[in-house]
Design a protein. Structure first.
Length: 263
């Protein structure tokens, strides 16, 4: 039985009009949703199941009970069941570092005996872009990052991938399974959850796990949040009113003041 594990993150975004208080940004201004890159990873896993390549797709997230709303979106799109990892020790951390997340996800992958692990390239809120590769190192799996095309040959025990490189280049390589793949946006077209899928997701299992359940004792993050503030604007915009001639004259003055136009 071949199993795919998909890592899913509850990604935070801040409203356009927000305020920063002494304790940071108030939850009133924060919205949570399925991380964009992970949405493509979920779709990749579901497509592998539909093609008969894997027998089960399991989604995993690290987050509080609130995160179940996000992971149910993965279930509504076709994942078979889910695992949510959390405890008070994790809740006390300001910001989880890559090492802590990789250790927890690797423990779930080991417990599930997942041969294929799919992860988004990065998260839209912290943008680390390192968790998937760190996870592969923890597991001792092969890996390919920034994958924009994925073809798995279960019989051969390998996957052929295309991955993005710097400078617009692309690499074609074969990776032996088990392996971790970090998925780039554009690999596929994530589906909308159907009404039937949403209803089915309500009855699918989300197994709560603590780090201790997974054999992970230390969840102390090396990252500390020291301050939250609104960056100061380095320049101010000026709207030039008047007719075309007036606007052109004022624009010439501004450009001359900053040294773009010589006297």
């Amino acid at each position: 039985m071949m199993k795919a594990l998909v890592t899913v993150k509850e990604s935070a975004s801040v409203a356009d009009d927000f305020r920063v208080g002494d304790d940071g940004i108030d939850e009133t201004y924060v919205e949570y949703d399925l991380n964009e890159w992970d949405d493509y990873a979920v779709e990749a896993g579901v497509q592998l199941a539909e093609a008969g390549v894997v027998d089960e797709v399991v989604a995993v997230t690290i987050g509080p009970e609130r995160a179940e709303e996000t992971i149910r979106k993965a279930l509504a799109k076709g994942a078979d069941r889910a695992v949510r990892v959390w405890n008070d020790g994790l809740a006390e951390q300001d910001l989880l570092d890559v090492s802590t997340k990789a250790s927890l996800l690797a423990a779930v992958a080991d417990e599930e005996d997942a041969q294929i692990v799919l992860s988004g390239v990065q998260a839209s809120d912290d943008g680390f872009g390192a968790t998937g590769v760190a996870l592969a190192e923890r597991l001792g799996y092969g890996w390919a990052a920034v994958v924009n095309e994925l073809n798995v040959d279960a019989d051969a025990g390998e996957a052929t991938v295309h991955r993005e490189l710097e400078g617009g280049l692309e690499e074609l390589l074969t990776v032996a399974l088990p392996a971790v793949f970090t998925i780039q946006t554009g690999l596929n077209e994530p589906r909308y959850a159907s009404l039937r899928g949403i209803r089915q997701a309500q009855s699918k299992e989300i197994a709560p796990k603590t780090p201790a359940d997974l054999g992970v004792e230390d969840v102390t993050s090396c990252l500390k949040l020291t301050e939250t503030f609104v960056p100061e604007a380095e320049s101010e915009a000026e709207y030039i009113e008047g007719d075309a001639e007036t606007q052109a004259a004022r624009l010439a003055d501004v450009l001359r003041d900053v040294g773009v136009i010589a006297e």
